[in-house]
Each structure stands twice: as structure tokens, then as C-alpha cells.
Design a protein around this ligand. Structure first.
Ligand SMILES: C[S@@+](CC[C@H](N)C(=O)[O-])C[C@H]1O[C@@H](n2cnc3c(N)ncnc32)[C@H](O)[C@@H]1O
Length: 325
């Protein structure tokens, strides 16, 4: 049952106001944020200047509503977690997918529901999804004030990497950065939006990702000069140089010599890779050794865990200052 409560209506792109409200401690944590095309409705515990009345769903009520609706349809086992991308959700593989999809869509107010049929596969990192409710297609995902347009069936989007996407803290003022695995702009759109680089070189091998990257540059109103390559990033001429290189690909270590061939003196490189949990303490040391054999000194200035990806592996990010020996 919806519940009428005090609400603050915030424009979707106004992340600063949203954060300020959340920090103020007046958010009603028992209710679920609502949204329409342009606004987010934040439930608040008291009537304050500018607040309005709005119908919200209760947090517990979603779980109860799901349980009741599933039981009414004779379904005992159903996914109780999902990943939300724009107006779509992705659930784990399940039986009775059609009915489960339509119940979830109705209760969670989403237009498409996908079910995982396998892992994200191949070098292009293509998702294995089956559309089980709705018409699918493009969806607009809003995160940290950045608009990401994508089709969840064609390109991946990892909600678990949210901190990485919002954590490009390097000073890129007046610098050129290169993203060797740009995808739809996971890292490069926030860098272009919140930093002041003088230019960006963006590359991805997947034509579908490049199509969305171009549109994301447009819808985020990016005016900085960008050069886009739709090819294997190893094929980009080493005449092209950058101050900062992003390598958002688990195979980044294989691409290290190519990254080094593009780096300006005193530049920086950010590498994502998988490491065995037993080697978490110093997994970056072989990278430093390898770079030395190519004639470069790497000094680590940041190293952190992004997430656990299996019982045996962590996804980590290591960032290095680079100089020629
Ligand atoms: C794992 S995705 C990026 C994920 C992203 N870091 C995130 O936060 O969700 C890696 C991207 O690298 C691209 N790619 C893989 N091999 C490549 C290559 N040799 N050259 C350029 N792009 C490549 C894939 O198409 C994919 O878009």
C-alpha cells in the first residue's frame, strides 16, 4: 500500500542537493525513493520549507508485496536481489521466469526484466542475458550526476564499480588522458564532466560500446576535444601521447608495454586487474618489475581492492607514477 509522506522534490541531475539532504539526517529510511522522468522524490521525516506530500512505497512492503504475489502464483523460490540499470533490472537465472519477471516489473516499477543465462564473456565483455519481461532496448542509467545510455543486452555495466567511476581524483586540469578500454564511457564521462582535461583519447574494440560512448558524450554535454578509436588499443600509434592512462580491463597487464608507449614523461597509469587473494598484499610488484624491463620506473601511489569476484580472486586497482629510466 502506498503511504502519503513529506517529500523533497529534487531535479535528477542535482546530485549536490540530493547529497546535502541525505547528509542532513531528515530522510525517512522506511520509505523507498520515488522518481519520474525529471525528478527524484526523497521521503523526509518532517514538513520543511519547500516540502510537498507524495505517495511512497514502504521498504518492507516491497518484500512483503513480492512474497504475497509470488505465493498467490504458487511460486516458492524466486530471486530476492536484482541489479538495477536505468529502468531495467537483471536477476539471476530462475525457473518460472515469465511470471517472476512480470511480478517484479509490476512491483519494482521497471519496464524491462532480464535474466542471466551465463557470465559476461569474451574480450568484448558481452553480457549473457535473456529478456523475460518488457521490450528491452536502450535505458538511461543515472549515477553520480552522469547519464549512461546503454542497452544491457549489448554492453556490460557493473554496478559494483560505482566507487571506481566516482573516484577519479587525479588532477587532470589541462592534461590529456587516454582510456584504452573506454566502453560506453564508464570512467571517461565522469572524468570529462568533473575534471578539466584539455583532451581525451578514447578507445574500445566493441562497435556497440563506441556507439553508446558517442551518445553519452553528447547527452552529458561534453565539450572537451575527444578523439575516438574503434579498434584494438594496441593498434593506436605511439605518436599519440597522454598524461594519464586508464586501463579498465582485467587483462591490463598484457597491455602494459602499449600503455607505456603512449605515456608522457612523469605521467600516471591506473590499472585494473584480478589477483589471487593470497597475493593481495603485493600483487603490483611483478608489474613494477615488468615495466623496469621495458625501461620505465613505476612508483605506486594508490592500491585498493574494488571487489571480490570469486572465492579466489579480487578485482584491484593500482595507480603508478611513471618515469623513463
Ligand atoms: C570490462 S569493460 C570496462 C568495464 C568498466 N571498467 C566498468 O566499470 O564497468 C572492458 C572494455 O574493454 C574493451 N576491450 C577489450 N579488449 C580490448 C582491446 N584490445 N582494445 C580496446 N578495447 C578492448 C571491451 O570491449 C569493453 O568495453
Amino acid at each position: 500500500m502506498p503511504m502519503l509522506a513529506h517529500a523533497i522534490k529534487v531535479e535528477k541531475h542535482d546530485i549536490k542537493t540530493l547529497k546535502r539532504i541525505e547528509r542532513s539526517g531528515i530522510v525517512n529510511r522506511d520509505l523507498v525513493y520515488d522518481h519520474d522522468e525529471d525528478y527524484i522524490y526523497v521521503p523526509v521525516i518532517k514538513n520543511i520549507d519547500g516540502s510537498i506530500s507524495h505517495d511512497f512505497k514502504e521498504k518492507n512492503s516491497i518484500k512483503t508485496m513480492l512474497k504475497n504475489e509470488m505465493e498467490r502464483n504458487g511460486i516458492k523460490n524466486y530471486p530476492e536481489k536484482w541489479v538495477r540499470i536505468g529502468s531495467s533490472i537483471i536477476i539471476k537465472n530462475t525457473r518460472h521466469e515469465k511470471i517472476i519477471g512480470s511480478i517484479l516489473a509490476e512491483i519494482l516499477n521497471v519496464s524491462s526484466v532480464y535474466m542471466e543465462t551465463g557470465r559476461i564473456h569474451g574480450d568484448l565483455r558481452k553480457p549473457s542475458l535473456k529478456l523475460i519481461y518488457g521490450s528491452g532496448g536502450e535505458t538511461l542509467h543515472l549515477e553520480n550526476g552522469v547519464k549512461y545510455l546503454l542497452d544491457p543486452e549489448k554492453v556490460m555495466f557493473s554496478p559494483g564499480n560505482i566507487n571506481e567511476r566516482s573516484n577519479i581524483y587525479e588532477d587532470l586540469n589541462g592534461k590529456v588522458f587516454m582510456d584504452m578500454f573506454a566502453g560506453i564511457g564508464y570512467f571517461s564521462i565522469p572524468a570529462l564532466k568533473y575534471k578539466r582535461p584539455s583532451g581525451a583519447i578514447l578507445c574500445d574494440i566493441n562497435p556497440e560500446a563506441i556507439k553508446f560512448l558517442k551518445r553519452n558524450i553528447e547527452i552529458n554535454n561534453i565539450k572537451t576535444r575527444v578523439e575516438i578509436f574503434n579498434c584494438d588499443s594496441r593498434l593506436i600509434s605511439s605518436k599519440i601521447k597522454a598524461d594519464y592512462i586508464m586501463m579498465g580491463n582485467f587483462k591490463s597487464i598484457e597491455f602494459l608495454p602499449h600503455a607505456l608507449s603512449h605515456i608522457k614523461n612523469n605521467g600516471k597509469i591506473s590499472m585494473h586487474y584480478l589477483t589471487d587473494k593470497n597475493y593481495i598484499k603485493n600483487s603490483y610488484e611483478p608489474i613494477i618489475k615488468k615495466a623496469r624491463s621495458y625501461g620505465y620506473n613505476l612508483t605506486l601511489y594508490d592500491y585498493h581492492r574494488v571487489k571480490s569476484v570469486s572465492p579466489f580472486f579480487y578485482h584491484v586497482n593500482a595507480r603508478f607514477n611513471i618515469s623513463k629510466i
